[in-house]
Design a protein around this ligand. Structure first.
Ligand SMILES: *Cc1c(COP(=O)(O)O)cnc(C)c1O
Length: 372
């Protein structure tokens, strides 16, 4: 009876639950392991900036108060850092919230978004929530972007084009000249969402995080997060940069107190902790090389990454591999969620964590090769 009376919106049928990396405590409990290493969610293995931790501690005694609804201090710190106006910023409860807000602001039932494939699943979530349709723009076989595939996917109903660069889960990026060409060829009614969650890891000369195009008036919104290089995934804070007129429209759907006080304080401290960012970049770069070299030695394929994770090509045994690593206390991501059943994605850890991953990989490969 009840089932008949209480109905959710039809569009929810299309929504798949988000599939997160397994948390450390869960693997510890399930497998009774002490040592568990999480290399599954592209978190900063060095932890948060100590300045952010200090800022949170100072904030604790004022938790009886509502947070600043406009996140004025954080906005100003980001504005100064990026050389944009505070009116060009929106602060959100993680970049994930911004994707939802963008969807609520710009997507009508039956509209279309274009998303690279494979890429981050939250873009689809936002579209489905609003009854919009997802049009996939497949990356090349080597996971590089082809802007013509994106342009060919454009219709009158296209409202948003998502770009993720460096792209999650492939680690590939969209070179600046191609991004510029794409911007110039896209019709004016389309908002380009440039997801730069991993921009701080991208070292190529021809990389852009998209922000420089905003000043020239392009309809681009750059997404940034404090969850990755800043090491603050646990407090949930991200932001968007765009023309002030675009920001104003998104602010209409934002809940007043979307970013909590601890998150605001932590992010304000973290945005100016250049040393923590620099150290994180160095550890990541060294770790990536460490992983590449080991994978090459083991004769395992991988794709070169501009980010803090590596997509590793295991072959048909990838799922088993993922499970065996898990049983040894190493959490990575299995690629099937992105339609990549032959792959695992491993986040770059500390040098010690990478070494453990490599050791366990080698052990599993050894077992398999002796069995055959
Ligand atoms: C992690 C991630 C985000 C941001 O996540 P939040 O924690 O919600 O800020 C956004 N885009 C991509 C591609 C990511 O991998």
């Amino acid at each position: 009876m009840l089932e008949k009376m209480i109905q959710s919106r039809k569009v929810l049928e299309k929504i798949q639950p988000y599939s997160p990396g397994k948390p450390i405590w869960e693997v510890q409990e399930e497998l009774g392991l002490d040592r568990v290493i999480k290399m599954a969610s592209n978190e900063n293995p060095l932890g948060p900036s100590s300045k952010a931790v200090e800022a949170i501690m100072q904030q604790l005694v004022t938790l009886n108060r509502y947070p600043d609804a406009d996140a004025v201090h954080l906005k100003q710190s980001i504005a100064d850092k990026l050389n944009v106006a505070a009116s060009q910023l929106i602060i959100t409860n993680g970049a994930d919230e911004l994707i939802t807000l963008l969807s609520e602001t710009f997507l009508e039932n039956g509209d279309e978004i274009i998303v690279p494939s494979p890429s981050f699943s939250e873009y689809d979530f936002g579209a489905h929530l609003m009854g919009a349709n997802v049009v996939l723009a497949k990356l090349e076989l080597d996971f590089e972007y082809d802007i013509n595939v994106i342009l060919d996917a454009v219709t009158d109903r296209t409202k948003i084009v998502y770009l993720c660069s460096p792209n999650n889960p492939t680690g590939t990026y969209l070179p600046k000249n191609q991004f510029e060409q794409l911007l110039n060829k896209l019709p004016d009614h389309i908002l380009v969402v440039f997801d730069g969650a991993y921009s701080h890891y991208a070292a190529a000369d021809d990389y852009t995080d998209g922000i420089e195009y905003i000043a020239s008036g392009y309809p681009v919104i750059a997404l940034q997060t404090f969850s990755k290089i800043y090491g603050l995934a646990g407090v949930r804070v991200g932001f968007g940069v765009a023309r002030a007129d675009i920001i104003q429209r998104i602010l209409k759907v934002k809940e007043p107190f979307n970013v909590n006080a601890l998150a605001q304080a932590a992010a304000t401290a973290a945005i100016n902790d250049d040393e923590h960012v620099r150290n994180s970049q160095i550890v990541n770069e060294k770790g990536r090389i460490q992983l590449y070299e080991a994978l090459e030695k083991m004769n395992v394929g991988y794709s070169k990454s501009m980010s803090n994770f590596v997509l590793v090509q295991i072959g048909p045994a990838a799922k088993e591999f993922y499970e065996k690593l898990l049983a040894k206390g190493i959490i990575v991501r299995y690629g099937a969620i992105w339609g990549l059943p032959d792959y695992i994605r491993v986040s770059v850890g500390t040098l010690e964590e990478n070494a453990e991953f490599i050791k366990e990989m080698a052990a599993i490969l050894n077992e398999e090769r002796t069995v055959v």
